[in-house]
Design a protein around this ligand. Sequence first.
Ligand code: GLN
Length: 247
Amino acid sequence: MELKVCHLYPEVLNLYGDRGNIRCLTKRLAWRGIDCRVDTMKIGEKRNLADYDLFFIGGGQDFEQEVLLADLKSGKDKEITAAIEDGKTFLCICGGYQMMGHYYETYEGVKCEFLGAVDFYTVGGKERMIDNYAFTCTDSAGGSTVVGYENHSGQTFLGSGVEPLGKVLRGCGNNGKDGTEGCHYKNVFGSYSHGPVLPKNPAFADFLLTTALKRKYGSADLAPLSDDFENTAHESVLKKVLSDQVR
Ligand code: GLN
């Protein structure tokens, strides 16, 4: 068994160590004896995206999202959209999450027309949403509780045909208004969770790996790992987040 992973725009979108999610995924596969090949797709790099099983894209500042627009519109937007419609697994974090929607209009009024692969839009707000936070994934997204760190001015509003990734327990999530966090469309999972999010959320990491393996091989049965360290970190952050003063 092998998973082929494509890390999109790692040189531009990598806030708060988001690339650590790649290390977490590759390690959790290796500990189970499953091969994993990781390729990057940087600005100017060409890849046959149909070859990949799982995609990761991290977060970035407004101008970094603007920097890669021309490269995205060089045809990669169509390839990424085709991979989404083909049921490939995506983990998209913050700025990378926003890029999957129709557009992101910054607070300064710069409107970035993005992929439109998932039915939502984002508008920059005056106040940034910054803090540790936690949410519970929907059952269709594995049902685990996720702890993370959010830092965004963008307020994301989901359209019809796309589910939230989960429900906010404490923090802002998509927009600080409707209690939703992230998105789930086909096998695209978007979230505002930096950190990187996966190392201290092993259940969510394994859900993503299982999703990609099932899409490729029809089934997947990941052997349990001794996640004592990961779960201690998870519980520690969750306790802190839930005990913090209400924001
Ligand atoms: N620039 C976007 C925003 O501020 C995304 C930020 C991020 O990726 N952390 O909403």
